[in-house]
Design a protein around this ligand. Sequence first.
Ligand SMILES: [Zn+2]
Length: 224
Amino acid sequence: MQGIDLERADHGLLDDLRIVATPAARGLSQLVLRTDVAGMPLEWIDYKEAARLYHQEQVAYTCGSLLYELYGGVNARTGRRTVLEVNSIVATVGHTGNPGNTRHDYVPPLNNQTLFRRDAYLCMYCSQRLSSRELSRDHIRPFSQGGTDVWTNVVASCRRCNNQKASRTPEQARMQLIAVPFTPTYAEYIFLKGRRVLADQMEYLVAHFPRSSPLHDRIRAYLS
Ligand SMILES: [Zn+2]
């Protein structure tokens, strides 16, 4: 990996570093899935971060498909241009600082993007599939009745159902949830957070979901 000046790349001085995205990457914004050395999913990183990990010799092995080729400077000794290949999944050694990886009771942060993805963009009352713009976060047990803003008390809901339910529980409003809300595991959360998850990355992440994960069926339904 010698020859690629990552310090300069960090500062946006990429003139002597040529990056080629393969067709699989469909552009430079495709993120790479980073895992620990045991293969546990950790985070999404961009190609620069991936290149830095290679440079620091933290990459233990790679999986998935080739996404980027980074052509560095010409090695003065050999006269050859260095090239670094970055795959869609890289396993890394060393300290991770990832709480989800070590703590069993880890609860990922709740936000609408991952919530709507958890619920497969379906209104959990009328099962209509909508865009994230048309969905809202419904509190199953409303705040006014002691409900809290946690994964197991929230679902994606269309505005109509949300308005109809108002400050009532589903029982009080005589409305039924189509699925039980759940707290994602860390691997599920990484999947839900992915902006564009490639088929090989998805397959990798799905293999780390609990066997009982509702996401297995939802992904299957979504792909069919
Ligand atoms: Zn609805």
